[in-house]
Design a protein around this ligand. Structure first.
Ligand code: SF4
Length: 144
C-alpha cells in the first residue's frame, strides 16, 4: 500500500491515516448504506474484522454521520450512543438562547428607561429656555 497525498505532488509521501487500513475499501459501499437488515449485519461483520474499527466509530460519532454502518454500528445504534450528548447539546443551545433573549430584554428596558430620563430632563429644562428654541434645548440637555 502506498501513502500518497492527494493534494500534493505524488512524489511527496504522507503519514498513513487509519482509513488506509479500512477493510471496507475492498467492499461495495452499497453494503454499508443498505436498509436491508441482512446487509446491515453483513456490513457489521466486515467491520468486526477491521483493524481500525475503534477509530472509524469514533470518527463517525464525532461527525454525527447521518447514515450507514460505521465501526460496526448502524445509524440507529449510534443515535442511542449519542442520545445523552445530543440531549446535553440541545439543553445548552436552549440555555444560550434564553440568555440571549434575557440580554435583549434588559437592553430594551434600559433603552426605554434612558429615553424616559431624557424626555423628563428635556421637559424639566423647557420652561427655563425662554425663546432660545432648539439651540437652547440642546445646550441645556448637554449641560445636564
Ligand atoms: S470499521 Fe467498518 S466502516 Fe469502519 S473502516 Fe472498518 S470496515 Fe470500514
Amino acid at each position: 500500500m502506498s501513502f500518497r497525498n492527494k493534494y500534493a505532488p505524488n512524489n511527496l509521501p504522507r503519514p498513513p491515516h487509519w482509513r488506509d487500513f479500512a477493510v471496507c475499501r475492498d467492499e461495495k459501499p452499497d453494503l454499508f448504506y443498505s436498509d436491508q437488515p441482512t446487509d446491515i449485519e453483513a456490513a457489521k461483520s466486515v467491520c468486526r474484522g477491521c483493524p481500525v474499527q475503534a477509530e472509524c466509530l469514533a470518527g463517525a460519532l464525532d461527525r454525527r454521520e447521518p447514515a450507514g454502518v460505521w465501526g460496526a454500528m448502524s445509524h440507529e445504534e449510534r443515535q442511542v450512543v449519542l442520545a445523552p450528548v445530543l440531549a446535553a447539546e440541545k439543553a445548552e443551545k436552549l440555555r444560550a438562547r434564553a440568555e440571549a433573549e434575557q440580554a435583549r430584554r434588559e437592553a430594551r428596558e434600559q433603552q426605554a428607561v434612558q429615553a424616559a430620563l431624557d424626555t423628563a430632563r428635556l421637559l424639566d429644562v423647557r420652561p427655563a429656555l425662554g425663546t432660545e428654541g432648539a439651540a437652547g434645548v440642546l445646550a441645556a440637555t448637554c449641560a445636564a
